[in-house]
Write a protein of this length. Structure first.
Length: 453
């Protein structure tokens, strides 16, 4: 069997091992002419890496590569294209799979589901978009185990199999620089539900029309959350089917938006086990994932939070609304085609001490959204703006120093940029790590002066 691996990053390395173990002959196809490929593996790099793919028996695509890009150079080979998720779902020895999608909250919800199932003595494997290839744990799975998969639209757009339980969180416009339009984005998410069976379960966020529309395409049993019969908040208590789970005041997760994620997780786990004590134990201890409203440090009465994972205006809004205290908010980055008017309106009506704008307008590969952001903010009356936008971008140390200078005791400094990171950073993790390192290096007390752009 001749297999082409189209795109070769971390995901591709796991796929390489999987196909090699099956005895396949592998060719790595990647647009980077300098891509490092293991010795002994055939390669097709740089210009022409997509040529003549019809000569292969199987064409595995990395999730980040749109299948339309492959088909544009190789029409008629749809049936040969597969992905990690398609192959995993095809051969997985258990049907006990919970798939979670949505625009944001997927990682938090998936992790909560896995932790709750583990606390109830289930054997659980967690993978997917969260950064763990399911190929890594495939050999360890048995028929009675549970698998929880965080799934992006990139992974779902051409999926051919459905899980036993599918969960759709809030869905808002996202990745419109990858998808043709919003309809294409929603259709990609819906593929998780389209391929379910009539006895499977589709769980959706009742207050989001897109989520409801996506789940409606499942032939299975449909259960809303944030209202009965799914988990919901009743008189300040997380409740499902009349069972009180936990007062929201005891949640370790920060922010009212996480009530949605918690309710989604409880509703999914309730289909497997009704072990309330195990749910309580997890909800009282789980404080969230890295770079998701992550508390970093308190200095001179100012608290610093890293929300670098939030890359849309909607995620910035929920992060801002998670705090009642006055805020210094760090915003800006590369453009994904989003509108910033709603974010501007929220900032204009919130307790914002200062907005610090960041961005690199000179990056030839990634257009900076920050000029659009500043125009929207000023149009809505947001005037407390410090711009550190400049060619090459300011250093994170300069950005954090400006935030410390602007903040007063009792304030929150929040990195929640509403944008992708690629104009200045390698990815959101790099951005968040640099922020945390810069905060860790801050001296106690206010600096005498702040850096300028």
């Amino acid at each position: 069997m001749n297999v082409a691996l189209v795109g070769f990053g971390i995901e591709g390395e796991a796929a390489l091992k999987y196909w090699q173990d099956l005895g396949a002959t592998i060719t790595v196809c990647d647009q980077d002419p300098d891509k490092q490929v293991p010795v002994g593996v055939e390669r097709r790099l740089g210009e022409g890496y997509l040529d003549n793919l019809d000569s292969f028996d199987v064409i595995w695509r990395s999730a980040g590569i749109n299948p339309d890009v492959i088909l544009a150079s190789n029409p008629g080979i749809q049936d040969k294209i597969t992905t990690t998720m398609n192959e995993f779902l095809r051969v997985c020895p258990t049907r006990h799979i919970i798939g979670v999608t949505g625009t944001k909250g997927k990682g938090t919800t998936s992790t909560l589901i896995a932790k709750m199932l583990e606390a109830a003595d289930q054997k659980v494997f967690l993978g997917g978009n969260i950064g763990i290839s399911p190929f890594d744990f495939l050999p360890s799975i048995t028929a009675n185990d549970w698998v929880v998969l965080e799934l992006s639209s990139f992974q779902l757009c051409d999926i051919k199999y459905g899980p036993e339980v599918a969960v759709c969180l809030m869905v808002v416009p996202e990745h419109l620089n990858w998808h043709k339009d919003l309809s294409d984005y929603l259709n990609a998410k819906a593929q998780l539900f389209v391929h379910q069976g009539s006895s499977d379960t589709a769980i959706y966020f009742v207050d989001n029309g897109n989520s409801k529309q996506i789940a409606s395409r499942s032939p299975g049993i449909k259960i809303p959350y944030f209202k009965e019969p799914g988990a919901h908040v009743e008189n300040g208590i997380l409740t499902i089917t009349g069972n009180a789970i936990l007062p929201i005041s005891e949640l370790k997760l920060l922010g009212a938006h996480n009530w949605q994620n918690v309710c989604a997780a409880i509703t999914a786990v309730w289909q497997v086990t009704q072990d309330v004590m195990s749910m309580q134990a997890v909800l009282r201890s789980f404080s969230g994932l890295e770079h998701r409203l992550e508390f970093v440090r308190e200095i001179s009465g100012v608290r610093y939070y890293d929300d670098s994972f939030g890359t849309t205006p909607e995620t910035a809004i929920v992060a801002i609304q998670a705090f009642d205290a006055p805020k210094v908010v760090i915003i800006g980055g590369s453009d994904k085609g989003a509108s910033f008017d709603d974010l501007a309106a929220v900032l204009a009506g919130d307790t914002i001490r200062q907005v610090i704008l960041i961005g690199n307008p000179a990056n030839p590969m990634h257009k900076s959204a920050t000029p659009t952001i500043e125009a929207a903010f000023r149009a809505h009356g947001v005037q407390a703006i410090t711009s550190l936008v400049k060619p090459g971008g300011s250093t994170m140390a300069e950005v954090v120093a400006a935030a410390q200078h602007a903040a007063k005791p009792g304030d929150v400094v929040l990195l929640s940029t509403a944008c992708a990171s690629f104009d200045m950073f390698e990815n959101y993790k790099d951005r968040g790590d640099q922020f945390k390192n810069a905060v860790a290096a801050l001296p106690e007390g206010q600096p005498v002066s702040a850096p300028t752009a």
